[in-house]
Write a protein that binds this ligand. Structure first.
Ligand SMILES: Nc1ncnc2c1ncn2[C@@H]1O[C@H](COP(=O)(O)OP(=O)(O)OP(=O)(O)O)[C@@H](O)[C@H]1O
Ligand SMILES: [Mg+2]
Length: 226
């Protein structure tokens, strides 16, 4: 499903060039639940942005479901992001003035879903994450765990195959964090491919494999010996 070969990512700031990923080889199968760990600055979010088609490699090859991402136009990439990938971030990234309902509806609006379909789907998703009674709440009227559940419902709106989560429990207490991890496990059991960046080794320990990054390189990729 996700295949990287010698992926390099360079950032240029002013005249300074920095290589954040130094030749990543990675293969993630459909339906796998992986955790990505590594020190701050090791390239975890950079890797996630490339997997999620938010950014493209400077060199090397990345294929997603057999499509060479390097060959796609920015419109193709935007479509993949909307239809195939669900993103969940540490800071939730919800629209502050929109209700839970409206936040979850956004990707459905982008995908061109009809009003009736949208309503059914938003209600189904918010029930799925246990927030049927919070549809009208805005982010300031919810707990962190609830905001993250809204963000997960939003990530699931267009039934993505892949869910990418960058420190999804980083701003949560351990109980709400645990609930979020449980939700990811349910999604995994329903067949989604899930990649979670985390600093928490307890959370990483619940994944099928742990991919460890160090200085822009894979230190260990968690593949069990055959
Ligand atoms: N847009 C950018 N421009 C320049 N340098 C960047 C950019 N994004 C990331 N970097 C650099 O690339 C390196 C890897 O950053 P990245 O965000 O991937 O780290 P990370 O492993 O996610 O760290 P953290 O655990 O702190 O989130 C860092 O040294 C960072 O400063
Ligand atoms: Mg990061």
């Amino acid at each position: 499903m996700i295949k990287m070969k010698q992926v390099v990512k360079k950032y240029t700031t002013g005249k300074v060039e920095f290589t954040a990923l130094k030749g990543i080889d990675l293969h993630i199968r459909k339906g796998e639940l992986s955790a990505v760990m590594g020190p701050s600055g090791s390239g975890k979010s950079t890797l996630m942005n490339i997997i999620g088609c938010l950014d493209v490699p400077s060199s090397g090859a990345y294929t997603l479901e057999g499509r060479d991402v390097g060959q796609l136009t920015s419109n193709d990439l935007a479509e993949i992001r909307n239809k195939k990938i669900g993103f969940v971030f540490q800071a939730f990234n919800l629209l502050p003035y929109a209700t839970a309902y409206e936040n979850v509806e956004i990707p459905l609006l982008f995908a061109g879903a009809k009003a009736k379909q949208r309503k059914e789907r938003v209600m189904e998703l918010l029930s799925r994450v246990g927030l049927a009674d919070k549809v009208a709440n805005r982010p300031t009227e919810m707990s962190g765990g609830e905001m993250q559940r809204v963000a997960i419902a939003r990530a699931l709106a267009n039934e993505p195959d892949v869910i990418l989560a960058d420190e999804p429990t980083g701003n949560l207490d351990s109980q709400s964090g645990g609930e979020i991890v449980k939700l990811f496990h349910e999604l995994w059991e329903s067949g989604k491919t899930i990649i979670i960046i985390t600093h928490d080794s307890n959370i990483a320990g619940t994944a099928e494999r742990i991919i460890k990054l160090k200085d822009g390189m894979i230190e260990s990729n968690g593949t069990r010996p055959q």
